[in-house]
Design a protein around this ligand. Structure first.
Ligand SMILES: Cc1ncc(COP(=O)(O)O)c(C=O)c1O
Length: 379
């Protein structure tokens, strides 16, 4: 049922349809792990790390427990510690900030670019320029978020980070397969963090994540951090956590990775169809930036009366979601930052207007047409 109590005609996603497409490969992968009796840090994780690394053009990859943990461990590896400050954006999934908090740091926010919905490099320069003299070396890192499957404008962000000696951890949780000027998302900063949450473009059947690194030394450090800080069993070099991608999830990911490019291509075709067929003049379509190959994790439109449109679509059986209704600085959990409404006007305006339409590789032609018709017939 949709949230208006009407039967869902177009779902937001469908694990069942994915299973119809590649279920045999996934069942075989899971079975392989069960039969092997090896569940933690074995051949499947190693195999996936190598295969995902090759998909990314060779950057070393370390599988970890989730996307949140990928950001957290990457921040620890850059040297972030208690009392430090890390810059990100307010219009992201809260886990971006959870990871910063878990590393003991305080998030600082910069507003977003109104077209791309990602970190505005001008606001970043302004914030870092004013805060660096005050915070000095405690201002440690920047976490740009490749929101909805589109990269942040990484060139100016990297330039500012280098100028002010800040580490860069790309939050590529939503951007598997996305590109920025010919480079894969996650391979541009000092570290890249991926989530394999089930609904992601590359999702597993539980929690999972990966850190992309620039060097085998960095990869080795993440490997220790994910495994209680030990380099070999019972010999602990640093203080770590338990955050390992498990064998079962790695096997599922190995079955799905070969489909990623084709699935992203289908997402691009759906996005293109939405772009041409949605004609409701009150709807703003999402922008695809010149520098980007978009992975279309989400197709997010804007509408001045978003809640009304969501309600109308729900009544017509079209499932929608809001990514995200409350920016992080206005969440109760982050009240201690003392930030008020009005602090980040572009992100706040987006939060009140964004609406995500169904986009997933197995969405059928007639469903795409149905969604467009319902959007066009709504106010
Ligand atoms: C932008 C972003 N960052 C971080 C995360 C956290 O990933 P996970 O749910 O795997 O911990 C997510 C996904 O929920 C996300 O969308």
């Amino acid at each position: 049922m949709s949230n208006a109590g009407e039967p869902v005609k177009v779902p937001f996603g469908s694990v069942k349809r994915e299973l119809d497409e590649c279920g045999d490969e996934i069942r075989a992968a899971v079975n392989r792990v069960i039969e092997s009796g090896w569940f933690i840090l074995g051949p499947e994780v190693e195999g996936f790390e190598a295969e995902f690394s090759s998909h990314l053009g060779g950057s070393p990859v370390v599988g970890v427990g989730s996307g949140t943990e990928a950001i957290h461990l990457a921040l620890l590896a850059t040297g972030v510690e208690h009392g430090d400050y890390v810059v990100t954006v307010p219009n992201t999934a809260v886990p971006t900030a959870s990871a910063i908090s878990a590393a003991g740091a305080t998030p600082l926010f910069v507003d977003i670019d109104a077209a791309s919905f990602t970190m505005d490099p001008k606001s970043l320069r302004e914030l870092v320029g004013t805060q660096k003299p005050r915070l000095g070396r405690r201002l440690k890192a920047v976490v740009p978020v490749h929101l909805y499957g589109q990269c942040a404008d990484m060139d100016p962000i990297m330039e500012i980070a280098r100028e002010f000696e800040l580490a860069v951890v790309e939050d590529a949780a939503q951007a598997a397969g996305a590109e920025y000027k010919g480079r894969k998302a996650g391979t541009i900063g000092d570290f890249g963090a991926f989530s394999f949450y089930p609904s992601k473009n590359l999702g597993c059947y539980g929690d999972g994540g990966a850190v992309v690194t620039r060097s085998s030394d960095d990869a080795q450090r993440i490997k220790m951090l994910r495994n209680y800080g030990q380099e070999r069993r019972y010999y602990h070099e640093i203080k770590g956590v338990n955050s390992r991608l498990d064998e079962m999830q790695a096997a599922v990911l190995r079955a799905k990775l070969p489909h990623l490019e084709a699935w992203n291509e289908r997402r691009r075709r759906i996005a293109a169809a939405y772009q041409t067929m949605i004609e409701n003049l009150r709807v703003s379509s999402p922008a695809c930036m010149d520098y980007a190959v978009h992975a279309w994790h989400l197709y997010v439109i804007r509408h001045p009366e978003r809640d009304k449109l969501a309600e109308s679509l729900a009544k017509r059986g079209v499932a929608t979601l809001i990514h995200y209704p409350v920016p992080i600085h206005l969440q109760r959990a982050y009240r201690d930052l003392g930030l008020r409404e009005g602090a980040y006007p572009v992100a706040e305006a987006a939060a009140s207007e964004v609406l995500s339409l169904p986009i997933f590789p197995q969405l059928a032609e007639d469903e795409i047409e149905y969604v467009c018709r319902q959007v066009n017939e709504s106010e």
